[in-house]
Every structure is written in C-alpha cells, then in structure tokens.
Design a protein around this ligand. Structure first.
Ligand SMILES: Cc1cc2nc3c(=O)[nH]c(=O)nc-3n(C[C@H](O)[C@H](O)[C@H](O)COP(=O)(O)OP(=O)(O)OC[C@H]3O[C@@H](n4cnc5c(N)ncnc54)[C@H](O)[C@@H]3O)c2cc1C
Length: 499
C-alpha cells in the first residue's frame, strides 16, 4: 500500500463514524495520542505526532525510554536510500520486497511487508539527516541472516543504541516544545472502551496509584513477549529456551488488545536461530557462547548430531536459512557438535571469541561440554542416543575415506577417530516474538471478523515478527518496520482532541 491509500484509509475510518465524539467535556487530560511504550516504534510515533502539533501522552513501564533498542543489534534494511544513491547502488522497494518473498518462502504478510519496504528509505534517510552513522563499509548484503541480493543492510557502531541516540536527541528537542507528556515507570494495565466498544483511553498504574487517561488515538507500541516464558510457550508452541529479550517485553499489548476484542496470528511462522551454548539447563537460560557454524567464516571440521545421534544437515551448508529450517525438525531444537582430539588440536577454535585453551578448560567445568575416551560414553553423558552416535560417526568416517558424504558435505578434513572425543550441546531459541496482534493495512487493531476496533492502533514487535519476516529471519525487518510504522502513525492520524 502506498502512502496515499494509508491516509485515505484513516480518513475513511473517521467518516464511517469510528471517531464519534465523546459525551463529556474536554479536560487537560485529553490527548490526541496516547502511546503505550516508548521504544523503537513508540518514540518515532510520539515525536512525529508532536511535530504536527498533536498533544501526546507517552507511557512506559520502564525507567528509561528506548525499549529493545538498548539490546538490539539494530540492523536495518532499506532500499532506495540516499546513501545507496550516493554509492551508485541501484535499488528499489520492489527489489527489497522480492528478496523478502524469496528469503521467507513467501510467508510474510504482503500488505504489512509492502508498507514496510515502501516506507523504509524515508525512515532511514531521516535517521541519517538527524545524525545516524552506519558503519563505514555499509550498506552490505547481509550478516548472520540470509543475504539480500543488493546492498541495503545497515547498522551503527553501537547497534540499537546508535539508533536510540538519534531518537533520544530528537525526542528531547520535541519534548521541550511542551506537547509530549512522558511518564516512565507507568505500565498501562487496561484499555478503556465506551459502550460501542471504541477505545477511549487507558488505565495506568504508577507508584501504586491507578489513574486513567483519555485520548483520541491509542497506539500500542509496547513490544513483544520475549521475556514472558509462559506466553512465549503458549503462543509459539515452543519453550522459551533462552531469555535474551528486553525485560519489559512481557506481551502486555497482546493482553490489552485481546481484552477489547483483538486477536493474535502467526504461530505457523515460529523459527529458532541455529543454536547457542547456554549457561545451564534452566529454562529460560542465559546465553554463554556460540560455535561459529557459518562456513563463510569458518569451515566445519566437526559433525552436528541431534538427540538420536543422527546428522541432520551437511555441516558446510552455505544457507543460514536452510540450517535454521532444518533445526526446527530436531527434538527440542537441540543438537551437539561432535569432534575428536585431532580436530580440537588442529582446527581453528570453533567457539566464537574463545581460544583453544578456553575450549579445553570448558570441558572440565561446563555440563554442556562433554569429553570421553570413547563414543558410547560421550553419547551417554551428553544425552545422545548411543547406538545412533556410534553408527553416525562410522558412516561419516566412511564418507570421509571415500570422499563421498551421504549428505553431500564437501569440506571433510579428517575422520573422527582419535580419543578423547568431544560434544558441545547447542540449543535453538528465538529472541523475538513470532506471534502478534492482528492489524489491517492502516495498522488498526482488528477483530477476528476483520473489523477494526475504533481508535486502537499497533506497531512494532507487537504485530509479531512473522508478519514482516515470515518463517525466516530477514535482515532488518523488525527494527526498520517498527520505526516506520511508528513514524507513519505519528504523521498521519487526524488531530483535534474531542470535546
Ligand atoms: C538482542 C536482540 C537483537 C535484535 N537485533 C535485531 C536486528 O538487528 N534487526 C532487527 O530488525 N531486529 C532486531 N531485533 C528485534 C527488534 O530490535 C525489536 O523487534 C524491536 O526493537 C521492537 O520494537 P518495539 O517498539 O516493538 O518494542 P520495544 O522497543 O521493546 O519498545 C516497547 C516499549 O514498551 C514498554 N512497555 C512494555 N509493556 C508496557 C506497558 N504495559 N505499559 C507501558 N509500556 C510498556 C517497554 O518498556 C518498552 O520500552 C533484536 C532483538 C533483540 C532482543
């Protein structure tokens, strides 16, 4: 959808009566916008609305603005930017869209993804105008995710904080104009509706006091549920194996909107990354380290096996996405990297950022690092099927000897034969929230019959990672849409506090 149709759609909603007047006098507590969450989507919404003269109430449960930008890698993707043009890179939102369809195997929401790619360059150019500095070699094709076909991927030296620094500066400038009321440590606990089901305001809890605020548009920009293990499992169908999200990503927006008739979608899009070493068995666990499994960075010497002791992918598979999709079919999203003494002694150290000595030490102290003099003992102590592992290693070694691997692997420097043998357990997990609140092409929260809940909008991870990434991880397709959707909501909803 193009910009014009978004505006027309909003005006159409007003004409249809979705913005009917309140039967009460205006008070100083009435706002054009009540924005729930001062993070990646909420900050641009607030400052772009205020620039138009809107009266804005911005509420956040945390003690600081910024949300997940404090943790995020902050990788953005945008096609048709001025930086690309300056570098002679010819790119278009259509090419970006086509790439997303290819990488996601056509599983994204086409309407939201189209808006996201169409708006991305404006958002990125605005950040650049306001002082955002991508790394000097940017844009790039990709890193960590499936590469794009064109260089349209950018981030700053300080990850998400590089974006936050710009937003914070702009926000404070705008706040000095006096149109934004910011209230921190003020979680929204309920939405207020009228008899017709239209949202009229919010209830908050602050310093143990409950208060209500009334506003014309209520924007839910309060993030995902990555730090709510119960909701994560309920919505995605997978356990929250690792807690790597922003602590305030508790899924509040889902509870708030479902409470007034909204619904969630996107469970089919769950995907985990290819695995991390966690600190222990606790669920959710904490991240410790990650083996370098990207063959473009380090070719594999080891094999990967699941709990049945089976190899499930050629370890030198070039596609990040293929690795991630294959892991989804393995029990508990878990696998072990298995190797022998000769590999530990000769291969480049596999755990990212660790020396060979650090790796050796870990086998004495960390439960996920197992070492044994024979394969059956290694399997038993690791939790891998004994017969499966013994059979798999024998098959692999035969393939190495014949230079003909059953899974088609090409890089096979040596067999696994010299004791002691080693296994490092890895756990797939997802940092972000796949499932999200259903909205229409104007970012209005909708009921399951498709009708919008009047005055209620949503943006950011609350919409679900799967809407703009599908069942895949598409570079930059959460931060950039969150920023853009926040911006266009701030720019385009009608103003004028109701009397
Ligand atoms: C480690 C990590 C790395 C990532 N890297 C990338 C990346 O490189 N590229 C990419 O595209 N995506 C990335 N993501 C995802 C992306 O950063 C997020 O999806 C995005 O920042 C979320 O923006 P948001 O506005 O929806 O939520 P947030 O930025 O989290 O903002 C939500 C705000 O709402 C507040 N809030 C919560 N509940 C309430 C309540 N009840 N009342 C009031 N306020 C409330 C929170 O305190 C928070 O400030 C990453 C995520 C993580 C965790």
């Amino acid at each position: 959808m193009r910009r014009r149709s978004f505006v027309a759609g909003v005006a159409g909603a007003a004409a249809a009566g979705a913005l009917a007047p309140l039967a009460r006098a205006a008070t100083s507590q009435d706002y054009d916008y009540i924005i729930v969450g001062a993070g990646t989507a909420g900050l641009p919404a607030a400052l772009f609305a205020s620039r138009r003269g809107a009266r804005v109430l911005l509420l956040d449960a945390a003690g600081d603005i910024g949300g997940t930008l404090h943790l995020s890698t902050g990788q953005m993707s945008a096609a048709g930017t001025r930086l690309q043009a300056r570098l002679g890179i010819v790119d278009t939102p259509q090419a970006h869209y086509d790439d997303i369809i290819r990488i996601s195997h056509n599983t994204v929401d086409p309407v939201l993804t189209r808006i996201a790619v169409d708006e991305a360059a404006t958002t990125f150019d605005w950040l650049m105008d306001r002082g955002f500095q991508p790394l000097p070699e940017h844009p790039v094709l990709g890193k960590g995710h499936e590469p794009y076909s064109q260089k349209r991927y950018y981030w700053g030296a300080d990850g998400g904080r590089s974006i936050l620094a710009v937003l914070r500066r702009e926000f404070e400038t705008e706040r000095r104009e006096g149109r934004i009321d910011l209230q921190l440590q003020t979680p929204v606990t309920a939405l207020i509706t009228d008899d017709a089901g239209a949202v009229r305001g919010v209830r908050v809890k602050s310093a143990d006091r409950e208060r209500t605020y009334r506003g014309r548009h209520v924007l839910l920009t309060c993030g995902g549920y990555g730090s709510n293990a119960e909701m994560f499992e309920r919505l995605s169908g997978y356990r929250a194996y690792a807690a790597t999200g922003y602590p305030y990503s508790q899924g509040a927006g889902i509870e708030l909107a479902v409470g007034v008739g909204g619904y969630v979608r996107g469970r089919q899009n769950y995907l985990s990354n290819f695995g991390s070493i966690l600190t222990d068995d606790a669920i959710p666990g904490r991240f410790l380290a990650r083996f370098v499994v990207i063959p473009q960075e380090r070719l594999p010497w080891e094999i990967f096996v699941n709990a049945r002791g089976e190899r499930f992918i050629r370890e030198d598979q070039q596609s990040v996405d293929a690795r991630e999709q294959t892991l989804l079919a393995q029990p508990d999203l878990r696998y072990w990297i298995v190797f022998d003494e000769e590999m530990l002694a000769s291969a480049p150290p596999g755990v990212g950022g660790w020396s060979r000595e650090q790796m050796r030490e870990a086998f004495g102290i960390h439960k996920w690092f197992q070492k044994a003099d024979d394969l059956p003992t290694l399997a038993r102590n690791s939790g891998i099927d004994v017969d499966g592992l013994v059979r798999t290693v024998a098959d692999y070694n035969r393939g190495v000897a014949k230079r003909n691997d059953a899974l088609g692997r090409e890089h096979m420097p040596r067999p696994i034969i010299k004791a002691p043998f080693y296994a490092i357990r890895h756990q797939g997990h997802s940092t972000t929230s796949t499932v999200g609140l259903a909205v229409d092409g104007q970012l209005r929260v909708i009921r399951s019959d498709g009708t919008p809940i009047p005055n209620l909008y949503a943006a950011g991870e609350l919409l679900g990672a799967g809407q703009t990434q599908g069942r895949s991880f598409v570079g930059g397709m959460m931060v950039t849409p969150a920023l853009s959707f926040g911006r266009i909501l701030g720019e385009r909803l009608p103003l004028g506090v109701r009397a």
